[in-house]
Design a protein around this ligand. Structure first.
Ligand SMILES: Cc1cc2nc3c(=O)[nH]c(=O)nc-3n(C[C@H](O)[C@H](O)[C@H](O)COP(=O)(O)OP(=O)(O)OC[C@H]3O[C@@H](n4cnc5c(N)ncnc54)[C@H](O)[C@@H]3O)c2cc1C
Length: 352
């Protein structure tokens, strides 16, 4: 284990922003995770777990603690016994997410094809229950192996214990942020049909024939690219942390009030089984109606030209600029609709 000092963090994030980590270590196996966490505990310094840095805003002053970069690699596969033929992929947390999705698509195993093109690591996906185009990882995760920093032992959590919700899990809740994910097990369907729940996807395929998993994954990547939501060299609109704001979940009555004052109907979606009598609103619609359009510029930061929800670094942006823009947008949405948008990326190195 090699601990580095004053390591710049910006190159480890998709926003390309942020100061240095006071200490930094890249862990290649579970033993190094234990070693690094013991080192931090004995010195009484805070520890932050870093995956692909694709859902992260690091402060301009950096992080005064140990950044533990997860570099664990390896995928093993086993078939389940019994009548329901399923395949379990045991994937080390540091594997690249999109590469793993492509592997399952090549193996003709259904369940992750709509999540193609999302950046980051496999270990990052259960943290906010990554989702897109009608799929979320909670559906196919079988279990998550973690190192429990508080109890200093390894545990394996079943899907139920992970307590998944919309962009939520045990691992990003108050009571669970002392877990380092080391492996995720996914249970997929060999030969299964692709999921086509999302309107954007249904439009792409004729309903007469079922597309292959590969066709769906490729289409998802190309839709993502058109929205600046795929990491593509040379595309200035992908220097983001993905969606900067979550879609808010509000009461039916609140939506009706908005509809009565807005010129057009707000797009709304079911909020899921945890939220009866509530609906999910489009954060992008609220932001646009509050006066912010794609391509909006604010110093070196701005809104992507291809997606209203992505705040981008146009080159040389500071974390302070990104936060000031986020604050401006949130204030305008509160003033217009009485809704406080929640930020999706994790904030590192800020006071509160
Ligand atoms: C262009 C773009 C498009 C995106 N599209 C989507 C999308 O469609 N849907 C979606 O849900 N998200 C999307 N995201 C957000 C992001 O890609 C996901 O949240 C991703 O899973 C984050 O993984 P990561 O490894 O990069 O985590 P990081 O950004 O490194 O970390 C994020 C959080 O997870 C924690 N974490 C990471 N790894 C571990 C681990 N091994 N153990 C414990 N905690 C860990 C970190 O401590 C931090 O709190 C997008 C981002 C970008 C830049």
């Amino acid at each position: 284990m090699r601990i580095e000092e004053n390591k710049p963090l910006a190159p480890f994030t998709t926003l390309g922003i942020g100061g240095p980590a006071r200490w930094f270590v890249a862990a290649k196996n579970e033993e190094e995770i234990v070693e690094a966490s013991t080192w931090a505990r004995e010195k009484g310094i805070p520890l932050f777990v870093l995956g692909g840095g694709s859902n992260l805003l690091v402060s301009d002053t950096g992080f005064n603690g140990l950044v533990l970069h997860i570099g664990l690699k390896g995928i093993s596969v086993r078939e389940t016994a019994g009548s329901s033929h399923e395949r379990v992929y045991q994937v080390a947390a540091g594997e690249g997410w999109d590469q793993f999705v492509q592997r399952t698509v090549d193996d003709e195993c259904a369940g992750l094809e709509c999540l193609a093109g999302i950046p980051g690591t496999v270990g990052g996906t259960p943290v906010q229950n990554v989702g897109a185009y009608g799929q979320e990882v909670a559906t196919t995760i079988d279990s998550v192996r973690v190192f429990n920093l508080r109890e200093t032992r390894f545990d394996t959590f079943s899907k139920k214990l992970c307590d998944f919700g919309y962009r939520r899990s045990l691992f990003n809740s108050q009571s669970g942020n002392w877990f380092v994910v080391t492996r995720v097990d996914f249970c997929l369907a060999p030969g299964g049909a692709p999921s086509l729940k999302y309107a954007d996807l249904q439009r792409e395929f004729s309903l007469a024939t079922t597309p292959t998993l590969k066709q769906v994954a490729d289409t998802v990547r190309s839709i993502r690219q058109s929205k600046g939501m795929l990491l593509v060299d040379g595309d200035p609109d992908c220097h983001s942390a993905g969606s900067f704001f979550k879609n808010p979940i509000v009461s039916e009555a609140h939506v009706e009030r908005i509809a009565s004052t807005a010129a057009s109907e707000p797009p709304r979606f079911p909020a899921g089984p945890d939220h009866s009598n509530m609906v999910k609103l489009s954060a992008a619609w609220l932001i646009e109606k509050a006066g912010f359009t794609k391509g909006y510029s604010f110093g070196h930061a701005g809104i992507s030209r291809k997606h209203t929800l992505a705040l981008v670094n146009h080159g040389g942006a500071t974390a302070a600029e990104i936060l000031a823009l986020a604050h401006k947008i949130r204030s305008a949405v509160v003033a217009r609709f009485g809704i406080e948008l929640q930020m999706e990326p994790v904030m590192l190195g800020f006071d509160s």
